[in-house]
Write a protein that binds this ligand. Sequence first.
Ligand SMILES: CC(=O)N[C@H]1[C@@H](O[C@@H]2[C@H](O)[C@H](O)[C@@H](O)[C@H](O)[C@H]2O)O[C@H](CO)[C@@H](O)[C@@H]1O
Ligand SMILES: [Zn+2]
Length: 294
Amino acid sequence: MTELPDRRLLLVHAHPDDESINNGATMARYAAEGARVTLVTCTLGEHGEVIPAGLRHLTGTALGEHRLGELTAAMRELGVEDFRLLGGKGRYEDSGMMGIADNDDPACLWQADVDEAARELVEVILEVRPQVLVTYDPDGGYGHPDHIQAHRIAMRAAELADDAGWRIPKIYWNRVPRTVADEAFARLQADLPGLPFGKAAVVADVPGVVADERITTVIDGAAHATAKAAAMRAHATQIEVAEPTAPYFALSNELAQPLFTTEYYELVRGERAAEPGAAKETDLFAGVTLGEAS
Ligand SMILES: CC(=O)N[C@H]1[C@@H](O[C@@H]2[C@H](O)[C@H](O)[C@@H](O)[C@H](O)[C@H]2O)O[C@H](CO)[C@@H](O)[C@@H]1O
Ligand SMILES: [Zn+2]
């Protein structure tokens, strides 16, 4: 069996762009530190909207193929080499926003059998043997069907992997602490006139916002802010990032929101291992016994 790096992080996301928005700085940090970072994306985002007018001709499968190119460019910016599509390219299609007819397409992720999809992910887990798994909370952060399914598939795969020979020691959900969100949106209101966006989103538009007490882990990604912004910019059909210094972006709804370079997590499996005297962990691998490679 091939030798594995000591630290191995697995992230499960719904569409190309979610990884950079939620975890770009975390991924860049651990990749730079020599950990193995593995991203599994569940769909190609075929039903996304397209921001640049010059790309509006991309629809359906063409958009999916184009977004795979955007994902590849984003991973290059983050230094992540291992990124995969769940079940292989085109296995599960983008389900569209909750409540639209696309949700009923038999080929879409929302219609997928969760156990069957989870077994696809178990194969990756048994190969990579991650000590840390990152995914969304049960609501998928903001209720998108693909995000909800990605959560269900990731958590079910972790359960199945327990019985298949690899128990992932730590599992985290993407979070944003409410006071951080409130403060960031207050700054955004002051900065909005200088930004290229018409209006500002509101805290309720940000996925995974919870009371500060539920945050267990804070990853300072300031050193990787440029990489995260570049990775988000690579997803040009979905994301518009303000000029390099301004920590703001907008999706195709043109609503400005903060670009966080400190990324937050809630530990939902494993023992919290904060430094003595510290309330929060500052490392996703804290407390993990390394050297469990094959
Ligand atoms: C960040 C994310 O999950 N984006 C999804 C989402 O895209 C949003 C959707 O098109 C919505 O209608 C827009 O108002 C919003 O601005 C978009 O971010 O849903 C898409 C369709 O399922 C998906 O492809 C995209 O990755
Ligand atoms: Zn998404």
